[in-house]
Design a protein. Structure first.
Ligand code: NDP
Ligand code: PYC
Length: 339
């Protein structure tokens, strides 16, 4: 069964409105979730709806929150999500962020006090659409052991980067700094599949391929000590530095990991033209030389798989199985009583 992107967006928006969210929040969340499903990023697609609703029902996120943007004219723009989800907060701040980066060369958007569940590529793509390069990062909740450690401490801490390519899809990467996103472990658990070796340790710190044990124990950082250091940097820049919660604090605040975490996010935008001013060559043309060389070796660019899935979904609709359709109907009809 295939469903058009617009129709799925309407359905998901209605689910959130019926669950008591302000229409602006509901629509922003629906756009993000449907983008995940459209681009074949199942770990942050419609499967996330139930978790969002559980977090609303538990009173851990404010369904009526309206984000507020504060702009003192400096390079740092601030959005207070006021205890709501991050999506509407990012949408509020993104145009001002891109504008400030064009004016100053670079600028940062700090989002505080938000519940965060989403992939970051929709955000860096929103910036490349506005003609600037973007870097986004956030903590999550303690679920990853530092390299050499045995217990959950760091978050799965995603980091995403986007570079605008005139006339082509942007260069975008977006990944968890754990070997895989926690959402992937959950999807393996639901499908009754074992995990690949090297993803996680059990509660005793021993390697495991059992998703249940992994969820109770700890995931591992990607790239050993290198991923561990990048993840720690994210805790510092997008937690400590912006005066918001680190992953261990977010987990303690939530009292577990069955709900979605509340913390902050840091998004930085750069104007390639401003940085390259006075230097030889056009930065966008020079970037294309690099991308051509990568592709010329038979390698693919990150997000190429996603853009291909998007093109198919826009042409033919998004494929949902019977179970997924039934779950959407259930969430729509029962609202918060479904979770
Ligand atoms: P993946 O490992 O699936 O993908 C990471 C990136 O690498 C993607 O940009 C992907 O592009 C690219 N890629 C994959 N294979 C190749 C290849 N062979 N050559 C070139 N590029 C490649 O991502 P993760 O599982 O680590 O993360 C999934 C999502 O989870 C992310 O969107 C992240 O933001 C989100 N997340 C969110 C968290 C939160 O707290 N909000 C926490 C952790 C993760 P492509 O998509 O085209 O394959
Ligand atoms: O997939 O690791 C994850 C995740 C954590 C919070 C939102 N997504």
């Amino acid at each position: 069964m295939r469903i058009a992107v617009e129709a799925l967006t309407r359905t998901v928006t209605q689910i959130f409105v019926r669950a008591g969210l302000l229409p602006d929040q509901a629509a922003a969340i629906a756009r993000t979730i449907v983008a995940g499903e459209r681009d074949a990023c199942k770990s942050h697609g419609i499967y996330r709806i139930a978790g969002c609703l559980r977090t609303v029902k538990a009173g851990k996120v404010d369904p009526m929150a309206a984000p507020v943007l504060t702009d003192d004219g400096s390079a740092i723009l601030r959005v207070d999500a006021n205890g709501g989800f991050s999506c509407a907060g990012f949408e509020l701040g993104a145009p001002a962020l891109a504008e400030r980066a064009r004016t100053l060369g670079m600028a940062a958007l700090v989002i505080n006090d938000c519940t965060h569940f989403s992939a970051l590529w929709p955000e860096v793509e929103a910036l490349t659409d506005l003609g600037v390069a973007g870097l986004a990062m956030c903590p999550s909740y303690a679920s990853v052991a530092p390299a050499g450690g045995t217990a959950a401490l760091l978050g799965t801490n995603p980091i995403a980067f986007g570079w605008p390519r005139p006339g082509a899809d942007p260069y975008v990467f977006d990944f968890a700094t754990s070997v895989a996103a926690r959402g992937e472990i959950e999807l393996h658990r639901r499908a009754g599949k074992v995990l690949p070796e090297g993803w996680a340790v059990d509660p005793d710190g021993q390697p495991t391929t059992d998703p249940e044990q992994a969820l109770e124990g700890a995931m591992l950082p990607f790239g050993g000590h290198k991923g561990s250091a990048i993840s720690t940097m994210i805790e510092l820049l997008a937690g400590v530095m912006i005066g918001d919660m680190t992953s261990p604090e977010a987990r303690a605040d939530l009292g577990g990991m069955s709900l979605l975490p509340k913390h902050g996010e840091l998004v930085i935008a750069f104007s390639p033209e401003r940085f390259a001013a006075g230097r030889p060559g056009d930065p966008f043309a020079r970037a294309e030389v690099l991308f051509d060389a990568i592709l010329g070796q038979g390698a693919r660019l990150p997000s190429q798989r996603r853009f291909a899935a998007r093109a198919k979904a826009l042409a033919d609709g998004i494929a949902l199985n019977d179970e997924e359709r039934a779950e959407l109907d259930r969430l729509h009809d029962l609202g918060l009583a479904a979770v």
